[in-house]
Design a protein around this ligand. Structure first.
Ligand code: NAD
Ligand code: UFG
Length: 346
């Protein structure tokens, strides 16, 4: 049985689909603080498979214990976290508490219930302002905000745990920029309020919910002056978790991988591809730089290819098509459907 914390979230839900499609037994723990219960039915619809769900906060040890009592957990994939960089600067305490206590509570329960396999959602943010691209796993680590600090601290805890207990098999997966959605178009990314990230902002402009995209700076040291990132299809990312789980079965101890495509695209590149493949115009204006943003960030994914046999399959065109299919079919995300359903039963 695989325990997936945050399994109702964007990356978690796509990973649960891959796990179910590969006949893993899954139990999801999510307190739905950034997701909707509607997602659970949609996962069932896509896979035609069932799974257990607990609406539990991973920082609440007594409640979480119940999950370990009632299920035989072999491995954990830990997605549950708060993830907005800007919000973490404004609410550092919430971020440190939620992300750190959640992970520490899981580590304690792993010890108590003899669970040895753990996969952690880390982020390219742990490379700080790396001056060199492509970024390799052995580059120096640093952070520039509380969100990134929680990722680096949990990585440090994992490195220490691994040194102290050779039975533990721990995977650190450093994601670059996940976008895209399941091909069905019925699950995808739906941030609360005005999106901070580029692709959800573009799709909201495409639906007409937002009038135009602000491109944060065109004076970066890149081919067209706009910021370059390594966008990776969320389904490729999800598949990387299955490869990591398989690797953990070989008792490797601590393993760390970048999950990215190795290709950098600028903001303008992404906008152009989105417009072309979806035949829709995205009005934009160039504004000032967003504080904290860097010129360029893309992965060297060679290690994951050699050691896990994992490589990203989907290109930027497909990412743009799938993001748009999801948003076009669900212009108000998951919540509006709840609303309609409520009205229907009145
Ligand atoms: P998400 O917000 O869609 O999913 C996270 C899920 O965790 C949500 O369903 C939320 O309700 C749940 N959750 C949060 N705190 C919880 C708690 N205390 N107890 C139980 N459930 C809780 O985010 P996502 O984009 O799917 O990200 C998943 C993971 O990947 C996170 O750890 C995030 O930091 C990491 N990550 C994301 C990105 C990205 O750009 N999306 C990049 C790098 C790393
Ligand atoms: N951008 C815009 N306009 C917007 C939003 C973004 O021009 O409205 C630009 C940014 O300046 C940047 C690029 O688009 O050049 C990508 O920005 P995102 O906010 O989509 O992504 P980031 O690379 O800033 O950060 C994301 C996550 C972090 C994570 C990091 C690496 O938000 O949590 O990827 O994984 F750490």
């Amino acid at each position: 049985m695989i325990l997936v914390t945050g399994g109702a979230g964007y990356i978690g839900s796509h990973t649960v689909i891959e796990l179910l499609n590969h006949n893993y037994q899954v139990v999801i723990v999510d307190n739905l603080c950034n997701s909707s219960e509607v997602i659970l039915d949609r996962i069932k619809k896509i896979t035609d498979k069932n799974f257990k769900f607990y609406n539990i906060d991973v920082t609440q040890k007594d409640e979480l214990k119940k999950v370990f009592e009632e299920n035989h957990i072999d491995s954990i994939i830990h997605f549950a976290a708060l993830k907005a960089v800007g919000e973490s600067v404004l609410k550092p305490l919430e971020y440190y508490k939620n992300n750190l206590v959640g992970a520490l509570t899981l580590f304690e329960l792993m010890k108590e219930y003899n669970v040895n396999n753990f996969v952690f959602s880390s982020s390219a943010t742990v490379y700080g302002n790396s001056k060199i691209c492509p970024i390799r796993e052995d580059f120096q680590l640093s952070t520039t905000n509380p969100y990134g600090a929680t990722k680096l601290m949990i990585e440090d805890v994992m490195r220490d745990l691994s040194k102290a207990n050779e039975n533990l098999n721990l995977a650190i997966l450093r994601y670059f920029n996940p976008i895209g959605a399941h091909i069905s178009g019925i699950i995808g990314e739906e941030p609360n309020g005005i999106p901070n990230n580029l692709m959800p902002y573009i799709t909201k402009v495409a639906t007409g919910t937002l009038t135009e995209l602000s491109i944060f700076g065109d004076d970066y040291n890149t081919h067209d002056g706009t910021g370059v990132r390594d966008y990776i299809h969320v389904v490729d990312l999800a598949k990387g978790h299955l490869k990591a789980l398989q690797k953990l079965e070989q008792n490797p101890g601590l393993i760390t991988y970048n999950l990215g495509t190795g290709q950098g695209y600028s903001v303008l590149d992404l906008v152009k591809v989105f417009e072309e493949v979806n035949n829709i115009e995205i009005p934009y204006k160039i504004t000032s730089r967003r504080p904290g943003d860097i010129d360029m960030c893309y992965a060297d994914p060679t290690k994951a290819f050699i050691e896990l046999g994992w490589t990203a399959e989907y290109g930027i065109e497909r990412m743009c098509q799938d993001s748009w299919r999801w948003q076009r079919n669900n212009p108000y995300g998951y919540e509006k459907e709840d609303h309609f359903l409520d009205m229907g039963t009145c």
